[in-house]
Design a protein around this ligand. Structure first.
Ligand SMILES: Nc1ncnc2c1ncn2[C@@H]1O[C@H](COP(=O)(O)OP(=O)(O)OP(=O)(O)O)[C@@H](O)[C@H]1O
Ligand SMILES: [Mg+2]
Length: 247
């Protein structure tokens, strides 16, 4: 279990996260829904040490890490958090001057001190896993969006994180390429990876999520299994959100 409690994050006087709580069970998939500007990306970035909250905590129940943000976490703690999570970005964020293979080798070599040979073997295995064995030496611009995003996913896996974070991984893709990325994510879910996914793909949320969290204006509106939110929610704000995305 990863216990996230009372996360507060402000940019200047704009308080973007106003006390977010979330428990993530090992091997579960959490889907985060919410309107634009509700703080979804900021929340994911806090889980990956790309932003540092002013308040709140994150605790791994194996006691490997327990951060209290109000108590000024050390650089070592923030680096440890970063190593525990792998992020997949909406715009892929691959290194443009590196091949697919090189994009995957960098993390293990730099962050984990892996030898070039080992990193290469690992990168090849991961590219095979996401169905890109024949693209290893191509540069990002030579790949389709769906292929680039699958490289992005393989890159996140390369450091063997405890937690995989996805920020609208299919939003930049042409509709016909969405499926291959969702399929890869569904495969990871069935392999038992722990995942937090910000997405507008309601069918993915219905079929793959164990828990759905609806955020609005820096707050959690409702959190529960997909059947609760999609079929049985009595929360007026959940109902209003679902009406809006159906429209
Ligand atoms: N680095 C930053 N500096 C200042 N303000 C920021 C920064 N990042 C985010 N914000 C503000 O935080 C608020 C929430 O942004 P965030 O990107 O987390 O929302 P979101 O739910 O991911 O939205 P979307 O669905 O459009 O991606 C917005 O008002 C945004 O302008
Ligand atoms: Mg966002």
């Amino acid at each position: 279990m990863i216990t996230i409690s009372n996360i507060h994050k402000a940019f200047g006087d704009n308080e973007v996260l106003k006390g977010i709580d979330l428990n993530i069970k090992k091997g579960s998939v959490v889907v985060i829904l919410g309107p634009s500007g509700s703080g979804k990306t900021t929340f994911l970035r806090c889980l990956n040490s790309l932003e540092t909250p002013e308040q709140g905590g994150i605790a791994f129940d194996d006691s490997s890490l327990n951060i209290d943000f109000a108590a000024k976490p050390t650089k070592k703690q923030l680096r440890a958090l970063q190593k525990k999570s792998g992020m997949v970005f909406q715009s892929y964020n691959l290194f443009p001057h590196k091949t697919a293979l090189e994009n995957l080798m960098l993390g293990p070599m730099v962050a984990q001190g892996m030898s070039k040979q080992q990193a290469q073997a690992k990168a090849l295995a991961l590219l095979e896993k996401v169905g890109l064995s024949d693209k290893t030496d191509l540069y990002p611009f030579q790949l389709s969006g769906g292929q680039q995003q699958r490289v992005g996913i393989a890159r996140a896996l390369a450091i063997e994180p405890e937690l995989l974070l996805f920020d609208e991984p299919t939003s930049a893709l042409d509709p016909e390429l969405v499926h291959e990325v969702l399929k890869t994510m569904q495969q990871l879910a069935s392999e038992g990876w722990t995942m937090v996914v910000v997405t507008h793909e309601i069918n993915f949320a219905r079929n793959v999520a164990d828990v759905v969290m609806l955020m609005e204006d820096g707050h959690v509106v409702e959190v529960g299994p997909p059947e609760q939110l999609f079929e049985r929610s009595e929360h007026p704000r959940t109902q209003a959100f679902l009406q809006r995305i159906k429209a």
